[in-house]
Design a protein around this ligand. Structure first.
Ligand code: SF4
Length: 418
């Protein structure tokens, strides 16, 4: 069977979709890139902004149309919206077969396999399949209650999973061919299980023989410790990339967002990270048009984007979410201003990204070969940039290759193996 997955939301959701895809492939259910070729249509939803929910509704409308012509396909909705308003989705879109909330996402593959009557036989067969990158969730939920965010209401209180189980899962993944482990959590920096802190966990995972890289996401600036920065500098398997959501550079707005740091503190962290790990790429999230965001506040954020020169960023227009503290604030920035500020940040970020990738042309980059299609390998640098490598062969998969960068586009690089 084949599945098509549409993912709405942040990098964390993209990772969770990849993780679900890996689990489905272990049932012999394989990914297609076109909805029309799918037996199962999956929508991974996000509730953080109302635009994200509107996007989900419009996708479900299209999926229902497709199902009218293809009665046997299954439609599955997973993630935060499924958790928050699953019953409403089911009521409005009668042809949805399965709703799986964010808290149950780890069982999603099993429930989808059940829905499609996939036998155990395929599980045993595909256990041999190797995933070069393995996504492992180390915690669930969040206790931070940023004033705009619905996640603590949808995903519940923060719970760190048993560290021995996590390490065992990583070891098993490496035995099955994984070369890179991506640790996932809403705020991995605050991971704590008994006496094991996040840095202890990563150090133990890095000891696994055969594992080449460790990444993690997402990080909260208020919990980013010197110990973690030191670990990134000294632990050679830890990738030189960190996603550190800034949200705003105005202290007034950061306070109203309940982010618990100032821009000064954020900047200090960036400086420490760059001193400890000179080639680090810092990516971020920014919200424009938060209640009370004056032009002056926005200018501070724009100035920070220019100063810090993020390796990449996601910028979102603020929208009020039910139950959150910000929902009781006056949503006083006009849609026009939100759109304008969004486009200014995006334009600046694109300009910086182009400059960064252009400066990489002619350099040698070590990349991990993740996929191959038509003789072209899709690989990634330690800093997280995608690199396409021509004239590669299947035996290069899963290897770290030294690649000379020949050409750069905004979101990808092209190179040749040295
Ligand atoms: S840290 Fe803040 S933005 Fe991130 S999930 Fe928790 S409440 Fe939401």
């Amino acid at each position: 069977m084949n599945y098509f997955i549409e993912t709405i939301g942040c990098q964390m959701n993209i990772c969770e979709s990849d993780k679900l895809g890996q689990a489905l492939s272990s049932y012999g259910i394989l990914k297609v890139n076109v909805l029309q070729k799918a037996d199962i249509v999956i929508l991974n939803t996000c509730s953080v902004r109302s635009q994200a929910e509107q996007k989900a509704f419009s996708f479900l409308g299209r999926a229902e149309e497709f199902k009218k012509e293809n009665l046997n396909i299954k439609i599955v909705v997973v993630g935060c919206m499924a958790e928050r308003i699953g019953h409403k989705i089911k009521h409005r879109f009668k042809s949805v077969n399965l709703i799986i909330g964010a808290k149950d996402i780890d069982n999603a593959a099993l429930r989808i396999a059940d829905l499609c009557n996939v036998s155990n036989y395929s599980i045993i067969e595909s256990e041999k399949a190797s995933d070069i990158i393995k996504y492992i969730t180390i915690m669930r939920g969040c206790d931070n209650y940023c004033s705009y965010c619905v996640v603590p209401f949808v995903r519940g209180k923060e719970i760190s999973f048993n560290s021995s189980d996590i390490i065992e899962d990583c070891r098993l993944a490496v035995n099955n061919g994984a070369k890179e482990i991506m640790l996932l959590g809403q705020n991995v920096n605050s991971y704590k299980y008994d006496d094991i802190k996040f840095t202890d966990l990563v150090k133990n995972i890095a000891k696994i023989d055969g594992l080449e890289r460790v990444r993690f996401m997402t990080n909260h600036p208020k919990d980013l410790s010197n110990e973690l920065i030191d670990m990134m500098a000294t632990e050679s398997k830890v990738c030189s990339h960190i996603h550190l959501p800034m949200q705003s550079a105005s202290n007034n707005i950061l306070l109203a967002m309940n982010r618990k740091y100032t821009y000064g503190r954020y900047l200090t962290l960036i400086k420490k990270l760059r001193t400890a790990v000179p080639d680090i790429s810092v990516t971020t999230d920014i919200i424009v048009g938060f209640p009370g965001e004056a032009e002056e506040d926005f200018e501070q954020t724009l100035k920070a984007v220019k100063e810090i020169r993020f390796g990449g960023l996601y910028v979102f227009r603020y929208s009020s979410r039910p139950n959150t503290r910000a929902a009781s604030m006056c949503d006083d920035v006009s849609l026009e201003d939100k759109k304008r500020r969004h486009s200014i940040i995006l334009k600046e970020s694109n300009k910086i990204s182009i400059e960064i990738v252009a400066s990489m042309v002619g350099t040698t980059q070590q990349v991990l070969a993740e996929k191959i299609e038509g003789g072209v390998i899709e690989a990634r640098t330690g800093s997280g940039r995608k690199v396409f490598v021509k004239c590669a062969s299947k035996k290069d998969l899963g290897k770290q290759l030294n690649v000379n960068i020949k050409e750069a586009k905004i979101n990808s690089l092209f190179g040749e193996i040295i």
